[in-house]
Design a protein around this ligand. Structure first.
Ligand SMILES: CC(C)(COP(=O)(O)OP(=O)(O)OC[C@H]1O[C@@H](n2cnc3c(N)ncnc32)[C@H](O)[C@@H]1OP(=O)(O)O)[C@@H](O)C(=O)NCCC(=O)NCCSC(=O)/C=C/c1ccc(O)cc1
Length: 380
C-alpha cells in the first residue's frame, strides 16, 4: 500500500483497486487547481493500467466535496484575471468528461456534503453510494453561477422536472432522496463503509463491474423517504417546473399555494426569489438544452456560459454572490439585474455564444476517448 499523506489527494494502492481521498477537510474538500490536475492525471493513468480494476473516490472529514474552490475564483476575478478561473473550469469539465466516458468502474462514497463541483466528480461515474450523512445540492443560483460540471446533462435526466427543481432552487437532498431520484445508485449505512471497501478490494480476476455491482447490491438498504420529502411532490414539481419561463414557474407555484398553502411551496418560492435572476434564467435554458444533448455537448456549452460568468460581461453576480455567501456571510446579495423581468432574453442569449474578441479564448476541446464501452455514458 502506498499513501502520500500530505497531498490534497491521498492515493491508496491495493492490488487491483485505487482508493483516492479528497484531502482538504478544512475547506470541505473544495476542489483546487492542484486537486483537479492530479485527479485527471490519475484517472487517465489508471485507464491505461491493466492492474487497476476499480477506482474508489471519497472525501476526508464531513464532506465528500463542497464544490469548486470559490474563494480562489473570487480572488482571481478581483485581480482582473478571469481567464485563470475560466481555464480552471475547462480543466474541471475535462475531468468530468473523462469520468463520464470512463472505461472502468468509479465508485464514489458520498458520506457527507456533495455540492456543485463535488457532484461533477461523482455523478458521472458508474456507482454513487449515499449514506445517512449525505447532503446533496446544486446551490449555484444562490451564488450567481449556474449548475455546471455537466449538470445540464444529469439534472435533465432526473424523473420529470425534478432536475429543474433541484437546479433552480438549490434544494438540499438527503441520501434517501438522492437514491430515490437516481443521483445515487446505492444507499449504505456509514457504519458499513469500511467492510464495503474491504470487500470491493477483493475484486480479483472477475468482471469488475459485475463484481462491484454484486457487492454494492449486497450492502445496499432501501432507505425511508421522510413524509415531507420533495420526492413526494413530483406532481406539483412537474406541474410548476415544466413551465417555459422562470416567471411562469413562480406564478404556477403561487397558484398552487393559494389552493393549498404549504411550507414546502413557500420555501420553494422563497429560494427562487433569493437567487440571482441572471443565474435562474440561464440555468433553466441550460437544463432545457441539456435534455437534447450528449454529455460532451453539455460541457462545451457550459464552458461558454461559465466564461461569460467569469468575465462578468453580462452580469457580475458571481462576485457578489460569493461575497454574500462565503466571504461576508451576510446572505444578502445585491443582484444586478435585480428583477427577473430586467434579465431580457437577449441578455440570456449572450451566455450561449462564444466569447468574442478575447485573445486565445477557445471552445472547450474534449480529449478523444478510446475503449468506450456502450454503458459509458448513460448512467442515469
Ligand atoms: C453549506 C456548506 C457546504 C457548509 O456550511 P457549514 O457547515 O456552515 O461550513 P462553512 O460554511 O463554515 O465551511 C467550512 C469552510 O469551508 C469553506 N468552503 C466551503 N465550501 C467552499 C467552497 N465551495 N469553496 C471554497 N471554500 C469553501 C468555507 O468558506 C469555510 O471556510 P472558513 O470560513 O475559512 O472556515 C457551506 O460551506 C456552503 O454553502 N459552501 C458553498 C457551497 C457551494 O456553493 N458550492 C459550490 C458551488 S459552485 C462550484 O462548485 C464551483 C465554483 C467555481 C467556479 C469557478 C472556478 O474557477 C472554481 C470554482
Amino acid at each position: 500500500m502506498a499513501l502520500e499523506s500530505h497531498s490534497q489527494i491521498l492515493v491508496e494502492e491495493k492490488p487491483s483497486v485505487r482508493i483516492l481521498t479528497l484531502n482538504r477537510p478544512k475547506q470541505l474538500n473544495a476542489l483546487s487547481l492542484n486537486m483537479v490536475t492530479r485527479l485527471l492525471q490519475l484517472f487517465l493513468a489508471y485507464e491505461e493500467d491493466p492492474s487497476v480494476k476499480l477506482v474508489i473516490l471519497q472525501g476526508q472529514g464531513r464532506a465528500f466535496c463542497a464544490g469548486g474552490d470559490v474563494s480562489a475564483v473570487v480572488r482571481d476575478i478581483g485581480l482582473g484575471n478571469w481567464r485563470r478561473s475560466a481555464d480552471f473550469m475547462s480543466l474541471e469539465y475535462t475531468l468530468n468528461y473523462v469520468m463520464a466516458t470512463y472505461c472502468k468502474a468509479q465508485i464514489s462514497i458520498l458520506n457527507g456534503i456533495v455540492m456543485g463541483g463535488g457532484a461533477g466528480v461523482c455523478v458521472h461515474g458508474r456507482f454513487r453510494v449515499a449514506t445517512e450523512n449525505t447532503v446533496f445540492a446544486m446551490p449555484e443560483t444562490a451564488l450567481g453561477l449556474f449548475p455546471d460540471v455537466g449538470a445540464s446533462y444529469f439534472l435533465s435526466r432526473l424523473p420529470g422536472f425534478f432536475g429543474e427543481y433541484v437546479g433552480l432552487t438549490g434544494a438540499r437532498l438527503n441520501g434517501a432522496e438522492m437514491f430515490a431520484c437516481g443521483l445515487a445508485t446505492h444507499f449504505v449505512p456509514s457504519t458499513r463503509l469500511t467492510a464495503l471497501q474491504e470487500d470491493l478490494c477483493r475484486v480479483g480476476s472477475s468482471d469488475p463491474v459485475t463484481f462491484a455491482s454484486t457487492i454494492l447490491d449486497a450492502y445496499t438498504q432501501h432507505p425511508h423517504l421522510e413524509p415531507q420529502s420533495a420526492f413526494y411532490r413530483l406532481d406539483v414539481i412537474d406541474r410548476c417546473f415544466s413551465r417555459r419561463t422562470v416567471e411562469e414557474i413562480i406564478s404556477a407555484l403561487k397558484r398552487e399555494a393559494t389552493h393549498k398553502p404549504d411550507d414546502w411551496i413557500s420555501a420553494t418560492i422563497g429560494a427562487l426569489k433569493k437567487a440571482s435572476p441572471a443565474s435562474l434564467k440561464i440555468t433553466l435554458r441550460s437544463i432545457r438544452e441539456g435534455r437534447l444533448q450528449g454529455v460532451g455537448q453539455c460541457l462545451i456549452r457550459e464552458n461558454r456560459m461559465v466564461s461569460h460568468v467569469m468575465k462578468g460581461d453580462i452580469s457580475k453576480d458571481l462576485v457578489e454572490g460569493s461575497r454574500a455567501i462565503l466571504i461576508d456571510k451576510d446572505r444578502n446579495p445585491k443582484w444586478e439585474p435585480r428583477r427577473l423581468e430586467d434579465m431580457k432574453d437577449s441578455m440570456v442569449e449572450q451566455y450561449f455564444k462564444r466569447v468574442e474578441e478575447e485573445d486565445g479564448w477557445e471552445d472547450l476541446k474534449l480529449p478523444p476517448r478510446k475503449h468506450l464501452p456502450p454503458s459509458a455514458i448513460a448512467k442515469l
